[in-house]
Each structure stands twice: as C-alpha cells, then as structure tokens.
Design a binder for this molecule. Structure first.
Ligand code: ADP
Ligand code: MG
Length: 326
C-alpha cells in the first residue's frame, strides 16, 4: 500500500530523517512512535506530499508521491500536527469546502459530510463556528476532514496531543473503527497510546527506524534478556566480585540503594537461563545477604526507552533526587 524507500531529509547540516525505509500493508493500523524531534512529522509531511525529500522515494498504492502527487494524494487523508482549519467557517461549511477541494462529486458531498460528522461525534456542533470550538472538538473536525471521502490511507500526526483523557479515549475509538476499513498511520510520542490501538509499531529515533513489529513481538523478542533486580547488603565492589563470571549473566547495572549499607543491581541474563539459584549461592558464599530479589521481563515501555536512548536520561533523574534527600 505504501512503500517508503531510503527517505532522507536534511535541514542544512541537520539530518531529520536518516535513510528511513518501511512498508505499510493495507487494512492495518500502524503506530509511528518516537520521542519529540525524532522525525515523525517530517516523515509524515513527506509521505503526504507536503514536503520535499532530500533523497528517497515514497510510493502510495504504486504512485510516486513526488512524480504524481495528485494521484498519490487522492488516496490519502491527512491530519497534520496543526490541523488546517479555517476558524471563520462553520463546521459543516468547512467540511463541504474540503469535500469540494478533494474533488468529491457534488451529489455525494452532503451525504459524506453527514457521515464523517457522525463518525467523529460532532454532528451537534455542525452549525458552530470553528473558532468557538474547544481544542478537542477542533481536533475532531481535523479528523473529520482527513477521513472525508474515505481515502484508502489515513495519516494522523499526534492526533491526541493536548487533549484530556476522555477526549483521548474518544479519538482512540474513532481510530479503531477507522482501522476496520482503512489503512491508518498515527504518530505519537506516547507509547501507551500506540500499543493499545495499533497492529504494528514502528519506533523511530533520531530519524532512524530502530524497531518495527507487533506490540506483542516488540515486548517479547526485543526483551531478549531476563532481568533480575537485587538489593544486596554490602558494597558494589564486593558484590561485583562475587557475581562476575556467573554462567548466563550478561550484564550488571549498578544503582545506589535506598537502604543504607546496601546496593541495588539489575542483572540481565539470556532469555532461556534462570540464574537465580546461582546468584543466591554466589552471594551466600561471599557472605553478602540478599535483601530483595525480583525478576521481571522488560515491558514495552522499557523497550521503547532503551531503543530510543531515553533510558539513560530517565535513570539519572531519581539518583540526583536521592542525593539531594541525603
Ligand atoms: P517529531 O515530529 O518526531 O517531533 P520533527 O519531524 O518535527 O520531529 O522534527 C525532526 C527534526 O527536524 C527535529 O530535530 C527538528 O528540530 C528538525 N526540524 C523540523 N522542521 C524543521 C525545519 N523546518 N527547519 C529546520 N529543522 C527542522
Ligand atoms: Mg511532530
């Protein structure tokens, strides 16, 4: 349905999109996930023909977006980061205007507008000025104009940004229902928004694709390691010495402990190996009591933070806080 090949976008010396390639299949909901500045909006603006790429190719249903933008755009409904609303128009008037722009047959415009008003739950404000609508309602009008005419592909850039939890759930439900008939791509910097609605998640960081899979597979296969969190009475040096060389142990991540005279560590081991018994024996032999032990798999949240390099920044914060407390 959509093919993005080796897409590059440079702003002067800065590379916002860095050789991005992916394929989007028909009839699925895709999540485009990445922290702010990752290149999501830039990619979406290029895919929808609003921005020229520096290098690369985008094919929408076989049409090259750069060579034949008219044909390619006919298949796309787009809600950009800043919805293209005319504040001095009435909701219905605006949607009829968009229907005209999209080249929808005159005889069908009224019916199509009625349908999208219904779908996005804004029928009751159809006679209101867009200027007088709340942020949540404006966003729904933006969504309505994207869906109008039922393009094969609907691309939504951070559709829930700035909305309250109730509005977020409503938008999510609309996206879910759209996914039954359309190919939907939505971006977000918030993982939970994506993982609950999307069939497929693409994670981008610094303009590069760092993962692309189903939400389930992402948390399973990328969480290739088991994690074991320990609080050990003793010093890091003692505990490190006792644990080093343990079979199956891949990595140790040392942290300060909230308990005095103790140290916290996160151990990673291979997916298939359970190192708990060996850890117990090794620490016991070194006379280092285990004050706490908990094992767990990486959550999708952890995977996301790790892949996008946000983990380090986050991990530093509580430790700084602890020093202030002490
Ligand atoms: P996202 O939507 O994921 O937050 P963007 O695509 O908006 O990211 O931005 C990607 C990077 O490109 C950022 O570092 C941003 O500062 C930069 N950028 C975006 N638009 C421009 C522009 N018009 N000129 C220069 N740099 C830009
Ligand atoms: Mg953006």
């Amino acid at each position: 349905m959509i093919e993005v090949r080796n897409l590059v976008k440079r702003y002067g010396p800065h590379t916002a999109v860095d050789h991005l390639s992916f394929t989007v299949e028909q009839g699925q909901i895709y999540g485009f996930l990445g922290p702010n500045g990752a290149g999501k909006s830039t990619t979406m603006n290029i895919m929808t023909g609003y921005l020229a790429a520096t290098e690369g190719q985008v094919l929408i249903d076989g049409c090259d977006i750069f060579e034949d933008p008219e044909a390619a755009k006919r298949n796309i409904g787009y809600l950009p980061e800043l919805p293209p609303l005319y504040l001095d128009m009435f909701v219905e008037e605006y949607l009829l205007f968009v229907a005209d722009l999209k080249g929808i047959e005159k005889s069908r415009r009224k019916q199509y507008v009625d349908e999208v008003l219904e779908l996005t739950h804004i029928t009751h404000v159809r006679q209101r000025l867009i200027r007088n609508l709340s942020k949540g309602y404006r966003q729904r009008v933006g969504l309505a104009q994207a869906v109008l005419g039922y393009p094969k592909v609907i691309i939504l850039d951070e559709p829930t940004v700035g909305l309250d939890p109730k509005q977020i759930i409503e938008i999510r439900d609309v996206v879910k229902s759209l996914g039954k008939k359309h190919t939907v791509i939505l971006s977000s910097h918030i993982l939970s928004e994506i993982s609950s609605v999307c069939d497929h998640v693409m994670i981008i960081a610094k303009g590069k694709l760092v993962a692309s899979d189903t939400p389930e597979n992402l948390s399973h296969t990328l969480a290739a390691a088991n994690r074991l969190n320990l609080t050990i009475r003793g010093t890091q040096e003692q505990a490190e010495k006792a644990l080093t060389g343990l079979p199956g142990l891949l990595a140790m991540d040392w942290k300060g402990s909230s308990e005095s005279g103790a140290v916290d560590v996160e151990l990673r081991s291979g997916k298939e190996s359970d190192i708990r018994d060996d850890v117990f024996r090794a620490l016991s032999k070194a006379d280092l009591p285990i004050l706490g032990m908990a094992s767990g798999q990486m959550s999708l949240e952890d995977v996301f933070l790790e892949l996008t390099g946000e983990k380090a920044a986050q991990a530093v914060l509580p430790e700084e806080g602890e020093e202030v407390d002490a």
